[in-house]
Design a protein around this ligand. Structure first.
Ligand code: MG
Ligand code: ZN
Length: 225
């Protein structure tokens, strides 16, 4: 593949606290409890993951607009310190709980559990959980949701998929956003799609323009909603 000598951590070396096995196990246990709780109340929870600026919030806004007549919807929005996205979603008239992660670059199951205590699950059918803008560690931290959407955009360049394989491996739907900008960015949607299918042949891929709403109905279909 390459003649370059790559720096790597050897086994047993400390290089990232997030790889601590106990921490991941504790997160998974809480995620399972969240899933049980959501099932008990018939709430379908959907994670929305992707880099900052990829269009996660725009996608949720459009999904909420299309689906709020059919389902009672709530949304959680994880961010380090801001509530900008939470306010955007709230404008569409649904319950929104902002979650502040402080310095943490991802949501975890414990924060989601705390947010779940803030909403009346009996009254909710559908819950969107927008993660912090990050394509790396959210894949290690399940939250208890039933489905996962990954959003990338063509403005992030041609290598977003192959550089972040793990997040696509367990996604149900992959959204390639800002399709209208593919040509000026000289990025091939077809190639991105192929990269995604190579990692996960079972994922449903949809190219969208979440600003105009183009193909958002296909995302809804892919989610069976
Ligand atoms: Mg956002
Ligand atoms: Zn993180």
């Amino acid at each position: 593949m390459t003649d370059l000598k790559v720096v790597k951590a050897e086994e047993g070396e400390i290089f990232d606290i997030e790889l601590d096995e106990n921490l991941l196990k504790a997160n998974e246990e809480i995620a399972n409890e969240n899933m049980e709780l959501l099932k008990k109340h018939n709430v379908l929870a959907i994670d929305v993951m992707g880099a900052t600026g990829s269009g996660k919030t725009s996608l949720i806004e459009k999904l909420v607009e299309s689906l709020k007549g059919k389902y009672t919807i709530a949304a959680f929005k994880g961010d380090l310190t801001t509530t900008i996205d939470a306010e955007r979603i709230k404008k569409h008239g649904v319950v929104v709980v902002p979650i502040s992660t402080g310095k943490e670059c991802h949501l975890d199951a414990n924060l989601v559990r705390k947010a779940l205590q803030r909403i009346d699950l009996e009254k909710i059918d559908l819950l969107f959980i927008e993660n912090v803008g990050n394509l790396i560690c959210p894949s290690d931290f399940p939250l208890g949701s039933e489905k996962r959407i990954v959003v990338i955009s063509v403005t992030e360049g041609p290598y977003m998929v192959i550089k972040h394989p793990f997040i696509f491996a367990d996604a149900d739907v992959a959204v390639i956003n800002k399709k209208d900008l593919a040509q000026p960015m000289n990025v091939s949607i077809k190639k991105l799609e192929q990269d995604i299918y190579e990692i996960n042949p079972n994922v449903k891929v949809v190219a969208t323009n979440c600003r105009s709403g183009e193909n958002v109905s296909q995302v809804i279909q892919a989610l069976n909603l």
